[in-house]
Design a protein around this ligand. Structure first.
Ligand SMILES: NC(=O)c1ccc[n+]([C@@H]2O[C@H](COP(=O)([O-])OP(=O)(O)OC[C@H]3O[C@@H](n4cnc5c(N)ncnc54)[C@H](O)[C@@H]3O)[C@@H](O)[C@H]2O)c1
Length: 415
């Protein structure tokens, strides 16, 4: 088959590679010329896709910015960003722009699938009318479905092939087409009765995580007051073989999904005069966590007889999760900003993030930076770091990830 993928980012590129690896021809479309140039030169910019995995595709993956190149495709999958506006409302501008461009080149018989995370109703209420501006009708002359992306960057135990894929089309025929498409690269395709159910399933998965992370974040604050080690409590609860699922507290939620997606549903709910309290509350608790963590750094310095002002604070890990270099919505950025506002001299070390241009900072070398800092804050626990060495070399360590919980030391403070 010939597959078009619109948006070659963290979601679109692995998907394009999966189809090309399965022997299909892929036209990858992006508005960022640097991505097109890199891919056509055999260079990847997504950590989960090494350059070596592009070479054997034998020209089956071609990148372009020209929408007309989608005309010969059997199916076109849309993977553009769905962020929030500054007032935390869904920003569908990328989706609308891509849909308008697609509508102008849409061909009879094509299948269009939206993979971008969004609120229930987007495929039918927003995408469908734009595509029908082509003069063709959905379910009849072209097919339309929603299928949420479930990728977890950095994860290797589950792949696109082994993660069940949800599909919901605007008609039964649309669903069937979508099922056939994803059967080419996924072992299991789960059929839903409409796109709205598929859209909401994805949001439920992320809201479930957000609410549970908020619960343990709040528990960590209570444990601090109670003088109980929250990590010991969670480790103990996690020994129950049923009825409990482990979530860990941390410095806050980052990435393109968890801090963003729940607000897509909250927005839709408000339109219907419904106020989903769990979602809003979880967002509020999680968004307050970086400020709480900065207070822990200030308290640790204070206990050591130092002020935050002029203190050398070394942030360990600035990406939003371990093992990846993505800094979108990373709580580390808020922590750095707040520490700077308090007058701290902030530096950082991250094996996955060489530069933080918004702070004019570059990753510093260990172990020298550990010895010269007043405090090291473990914000993102990359597996490459030796945390025993961190505790041994830094004068003071504040751990927001619980990776030092086997270590006993006077200079160590944990969330
Ligand atoms: N990153 C994840 O882990 C993840 C997981 C599941 C779902 N999602 C969802 O998938 C969607 C994409 O996320 P992502 O992380 O891949 O984003 P991304 O920013 O990495 O990639 C999106 C790409 O779309 C391109 N683009 C923007 N407008 C375009 C247009 N009009 N035409 C063509 N290309 C355009 C951008 O240049 C970019 O390369 C979002 O809705 C996100 O919520 C992301």
């Amino acid at each position: 088959m010939k597959i078009g993928i619109i948006g070659l980012g963290y979601v679109g590129l692995p998907l394009a590679v999966a189809f090309a690896e399965a022997g299909h021809e892929v036209v990858g479309l992006d508005t960022d010329p640097r991505k097109i140039e890199a891919l056509n030169a055999g260079r990847s910019y997504v950590e989960d896709i090494p350059d070596e995995s592009l070479a054997p595709l034998g020209g089956r993956l071609e990148a372009t910015s020209d929408y007309e190149r989608l005309e010969p495709c059997d199916a076109v999958i849309v993977c553009v960003p769905t962020p929030l506006t500054s007032s935390r409302e869904p920003d569908l501008a990328y989706l609308i722009e891509a849909s308008n461009a697609l509508s102008k080149v849409l061909q009879k018989g094509q299948l269009v699938v939206l993979e971008s995370t969004t609120y229930p109703g987007t495929t039918r209420e927003r995408l469908l009318p734009i595509l029908e501006e082509s003069g063709m009708s959905a379910g009849d002359e072209f097919h339309l479905a929603f299928s949420p992306e479930r990728i977890d960057p950095g994860r290797t135990d589950y792949t696109i092939r082994t993660t069940p894929k949800l599909v919901g089309g605007v008609t039964e025929a649309c669903t069937e087409r979508a099922r056939d498409l994803y059967s080419l690269i996924c072992d299991e395709v789960v059929v839903l009765s409409n796109p709205e159910a598929a859209e909401l399933s994805k949001l439920l998965e992320n809201i479930f995580r957000s609410v549970n992370i908020a619960l343990v974040n709040e528990l960590s604050q209570l444990c601090d007051r109670l003088g109980i080690d929250v990590w010991e409590v969670i480790d103990a609860a996690a020994t129950k073989p049923f009825g409990f699922m482990r979530f860990d507290p941390g410095p806050g939620m980052g990435g393109h999904c968890l801090p963003v997606d729940p607000f897509y549903l909250a927005f839709k709910a408000r339109e219907l005069d419904f106020y989903p309290e769990f979602i809003e509350l979880a967002g509020k608790v999680n968004r307050a966590q970086p400020a709480y963590c900065v207070n822990l750094v200030a308290r640790a310095l204070n206990d050591a007889g130092k002020a935050v002002h002029d203190a050398g604070v070394l942030v360990l890990g600035v990406s939003y999760k371990n093992g990846v270099g993505d800094t979108r919505e990373s709580p580390a950025l808020q922590i750095i900003r707040r520490l700077r506002d308090l007058g701290a001299e902030v530096s950082y070390h991250d094996p996955h993030v060489a530069e933080l241009p918004e702070f004019q900072l570059s990753s510093v070398e260990l172990p020298t930076a550990l010895e010269s800092a007043d405090v090291a804050a473990i914000v993102t626990a990359h597996p490459e770091l030796d945390y025993e060495e961190v505790v041994a070399k830094a004068p003071l360590v504040v751990d927001f990830r619980g990776v030092t919980r086997e270590i006993r030391a006077e200079n160590l403070v944990r969330l």
